[in-house]
Write a protein that binds this ligand. Structure first.
Ligand code: PMP
Ligand code: PLP
Length: 538
């Protein structure tokens, strides 16, 4: 273990929920130490014989880590046509590497189906454990001795396990005012309520957080002061905001002061794109000289030694956005007390993630090696950057995007693009500016896969007579859906009980992760037609 010289996590067991405390230590656990002994005949567990597993071998063609270019040339002159060619080309030239997992191992440590498809891998296949161990200690660098890595069935499963393990009915959980709706849906049916913390351009506001915790009054809020925080610090869903190290430190310090656990749901961690540069100013340079430079450019996790010296961070990693969502595979990194409770919970729910998925992902990562996986992540990031640039370029072609400085709301203090209808060619834009009002604003994300559009519904002719922004937001959403384009309507992401929007505000979350380039281009053109028509409506 890499942390032998460090102190153990502090005792945080008072945060365990009543349900979690009531879980009995597995009776089998005490007997486990006999199971590993040489020559022991295993007749205790209900293990089917591997001979009866109707698979003798699993094989797959995995992609090679170098499948995507590290620095696609998207300079101003080559523009879209190059991108389209690039994307079509990358689809047909898949280079693969052969993966085979036999039922029975050739060597004692080889990945094999007899073990992968058997009961008893609650922490994960030992081969996968080893890979995750290297990744966690090299990239995240947790600060204390007893940090534990434990597999789960994706961050959805992991967050559910956190809610059950730390929250009692009637508790509240600190979340950003705009947040991932499934995270809220996981807790609300158990009478565990989101407590919305204001956001700014870096995500959750530390000032806002402190205010909520300092002023907490159980008698007026009807719930004890929250002890748990749910946070998506990188490529935040839905705003796309990315939190830097300073803000993380501020939030961590407040959580120490008020004894709050931090659940860091971080599926977009490795997808940290560079800041957006408009097409006309973009140069085709390689972003990093090597993989090491890519890794050191990543914002440190909340786990990082300088921040989480106490072990109050429960980090949730997922392979959903780096390998594939259907794998249903990810891992916790947390202190040993919590890991033991998660394991007990796993025994009565998922047991281990599916053995097929786990073994094939493990085989791929063994084939790639640590360096190969980092290369894959680096290339993947450049793919997402290409997509992010492409969609913003499309928006720039469709609208007049004017750089401005935001003075209020979520993006207060950020450079922001305001989208106006294209000015007539014969009239200087600035002359017209008084007469033309922006239709929406956006801040280009620097990580993840979402763009958060702030709609300026106050500029809609029937604003005020129709009522609130939410109604207009849905009217525009329906117009767009009927034209064949689905964005996510903003109201879905509100963590507040009442409508979060100031009058005239509305939002759309656009995901640029999936559509082909030509389809994405068409969608933005359609959006342009629909929103223009919408803003003309009386
Ligand atoms: N129910 C019973 C009665 C069992 O005997 C077992 C496994 N021994 C299970 C459930 C666990 O089933 P599964 O592996 O499908 O989770
Ligand atoms: N958490 C966040 C913030 C997400 O955006 C998503 C997917 O969209 C998930 C969790 C779901 O992750 P998983 O597939 O690992 O359950």
């Amino acid at each position: 273990h890499r942390n032998e010289d460090k102190p153990k996590a502090i005792d945080l067991s008072h945060h365990l929920s009543n349900v979690s405390k009531a879980r009995k230590t597995s009776p089998l656990k005490g007997l486990q130490r006999y199971a590993g002994k040489e020559g022991v005949v295993q007749m205790a567990g209900g293990f089917p014989s591997p001979a009866y597993f109707p698979f003798s071998e699993l094989s797959a063609e995995g992609l090679i880590p170098d499948s995507f270019p590290l620095s696609p040339t998207s300079s101003s002159t080559s523009a879209f046509s190059w991108l389209l060619k690039f994307f079509q080309g990358s689809k047909i030239s898949e280079k693969t590497t052969h993966l085979t997992i036999p039922k029975y191992p050739a060597g004692p440590n080889d990945l094999n189906l007899a073990a992968s498809l058997q009961y008893g891998m609650a922490k994960g296949a030992p081969q996968l454990q080893k890979i995750l161990d290297e990744l966690v200690y090299k990239v995240y660098k947790p600060a204390y001795k007893d940090s534990v890595i434990l597999v789960h069935a994706g961050n959805t499963d992991a967050w559910f396990k956190c809610v059950q393990t730390f929250c009692n009915p009637g508790d509240g959980v600190l979340v950003s005012e705009w947040t991932y709706p499934s995270a809220v849906a996981t807790m609300v049916p158990y009478n565990i309520k989101p407590v919305a913390v204001p956001m700014d351009g870096l995500g959750m506001s530390s000032v806002g957080l402190r205010k909520i915790l300092e002023k907490w009054d159980e008698s007026t809020s009807g719930m004890p002061r929250p002890r748990v925080m749910y946070i998506v610090p990188i490529g935040q869903n839905p705003t796309g905001a990315t939190m830097g190290i300073d803000r993380k430190q501020e939030i961590y310090d407040i959580c120490v002061e008020f004894d709050v656990l931090i659940v860091e749901d971080d599926p977009y961690y490795f997808l940290q794109e560079a800041p957006y540069v408009p097409r006309s100013e973009r140069s085709a340079t390689v972003r990093f000289n090597n993989d090491e430079a890519y890794l050191s450019s990543l914002v440190p996790s909340f786990l990082r030694y300088s921040i989480d010296y106490q072990g109050r961070v429960i980090r949730l990693d997922s392979f959903s956005k780096t390998i594939a969502p259907g794998c249903r595979l990810g891992w916790f990194t947390c202190n040993s007390t919590f890991a033991e409770r998660f394991e007990r919970q796993g025994e009565t729910t998922t047991q281990a993630p599916c053995g097929f998925g786990q073994s094939i992902v493990t085989a791929l990562l063994l084939n790639w090696g640590y360096d190969g996986y980092i290369r894959w992540l680096r290339a993947l990031t450049s793919q997402y950057q290409l997509r992010r640039d492409f969609i913003l370029d499309c928006l720039g072609d469709e609208f007049h995007l004017k750089l401005d400085y935001e003075t209020s709301g979520v993006w207060s203090g950020c450079d922001i693009y305001r989208a106006y209808d294209k000015a007539p060619a014969d009239v200087a834009f600035n002359e017209k500016l008084g007469a033309i009002k922006p239709m929406f604003s956006l801040v280009p994300p620097t990580s993840g896969m979402y763009i958060w559009l702030q709609l300026h519904l106050e500029n809609h002719p029937s604003f005020g007579s129709v009522g609130d922004g939410e109604t207009l937001e849905m009217q525009l959403w329906i117009d767009l859906a009927e034209a064949g384009v689905l964005f996510a309507p903003g109201w879905m992401f509100s963590a507040k009980e009442e409508n979060t929007d100031a009058p005239g505000e509305g939002h759309f979350r656009i995901s640029f992760s999936n559509a082909d380039f030509e389809v994405m281009k068409k969608a933005i053109t359609t959006f342009g037609v629909v929103i223009r028509k919408f803003f003309e409506k009386q």
